[in-house]
Ligand binder design. Structure first.
Ligand SMILES: Nc1ncnc2c1ncn2[C@@H]1O[C@H](COP(=O)(O)OP(=O)(O)OP(=O)(O)O)[C@@H](O)[C@H]1O
Ligand SMILES: [Mg+2]
Length: 330
């Protein structure tokens, strides 16, 4: 990969280098993540965007030790504050999860325990490493509920997940994720399961918390609108690889990779502006049989023979802006 001269926004929090995560099943060998490198700085909101199956979830699950057989981190490095995570034990991971790195999932209902009051779920997370008095737990839980904008927290703490609306449940999930003051928050499509109006509120909440608490954030989404609204920098993934990575303003002003340009042309906000929606023709590849050369080449209108040979690596097209396209099609 070409040297990436990122703006010096603070110390490096997370550094992923040449990560390969494969799934080996009886039927197929799937290279779900195939040579991903990225870094996230302290206090930075980093977006990971791409179509379904591009490897976004597998990438962030690798960071938090949630790749289980038949999945395997085959090679590469993941460092959190300089500590290599791919070599640590599950016990060490247990300590890092929650304390340093927290994750919010797409569907809060499956992540919450339906038969446990919210207070007890927060208590469980808080007490994973230190014993706290009941009074301190209630105080901390009320503080967290207020932080995420849940009204009447004292009363609501004694309710069960089904008594909360979808948006409120996601706020509870964020409160639980924040309970042990993580430095890095991983959010995997945190608003996809919610109504559009609620999605916006939750995203605004996430960004305001990230800024207020100075956390690093990795936000996974297939929605470029969400990226524009929330992130400082962004990586565009396609078929297990990063196609383009730069700061968010540059990505929207001067996208370089034809895949990014294709995604931009297919976002619904263009339709609102009266333009025709222009989806990318074709489908992402079957990950068991990725095409040779640039993985996007079968769908790319600019593809030539050169694009069908060898793996196309990232190159620097402007300071801090890398793209895995050998052409300059803008
Ligand atoms: N447990 C598994 N077994 C086999 N293959 C898997 C498994 N989990 C993920 N994969 C494969 O890895 C690839 C990447 O999956 P991943 O879940 O990271 O995609 P994604 O970008 O998060 O997509 P989405 O937007 O749909 O959530 C997919 O091709 C998927 O089929
Ligand atoms: Mg996913």
């Amino acid at each position: 990969m070409a040297p990436n001269k990122e703006p010096d926004k603070g110390k490096e929090l997370l550094k992923i280098e040449d990560l390969h995560v494969y799934f080996e099943t009886a039927k197929a060998y799937i290279k779900a993540v195939d040579g991903v490198s990225l870094s996230v700085r302290e206090g930075e909101a980093f977006g990971l965007v791409g179509e379904s199956g591009s490897g976004k979830s597998v990438t962030i699950k690798s960071v938090i030790g949630l790749i289980h057989p038949p999945g395997k981190i085959v090679s590469g490095s993941i460092q959190y504050k300089g500590q290599e995570l791919t070599k640590i034990s599950s016990r060490q991971y247990y300590e890092i999860r929650g304390n340093d790195i927290a994750m919010i999932m797409q569907d809060p209902m499956t992540a919450l325990n339906p038969v446990m009051k919210i207070r007890d779920q927060i208590k469980e997370t808080l007490e994973e490493d230190i014993h706290m008095s009941e009074k301190d737990i209630t105080e901390r839980a009320v503080h967290l509920m207020k932080l995420v904008g849940i009204p009447a927290p004292e009363r609501r703490l004694n309710e069960y997940p089904h008594q909360f609306s979808g948006g409120m449940r996601q706020r509870v999930m964020i409160a639980i994720a924040l309970s042990r003051n993580p430095n890095l928050m991983l959010a995997d499509e945190p608003t996809t399961a919610l109504d559009v109006t609620i999605q916006d509120q939750i995203l605004k909440l996430l960004v305001s918390l990230q800024q207020k608490l100075g956390m690093g954030l990795v936000l996974v989404t297939h929605d470029l609108g969400v990226i524009a609204q929330t992130t400082d920098r962004v990586a565009v993934m396609y078929a297990g690889r990063i196609m383009e990575m730069t700061d968010t303003v540059t990505l929207f002003k001067k996208p370089h990779h034809p895949y990014t340009i294709g995604l931009m042309n297919s976002i619904p906000s263009k339709k609102l502006a009266g333009e025709k929606l222009d989806p990318i023709p074709g489908l992402p590849p079957n990950m068991a049989h990725v095409p040779p050369g640039c993985r996007f080449n079968p769908r790319c209108v600019y593809a030539t023979d050169e694009c069908r040979q060898g793996e196309i690596g990232l190159r620097e097209v402007a300071p801090g802006h890398v793209s895995a396209c050998i052409k300059d099609v803008r």
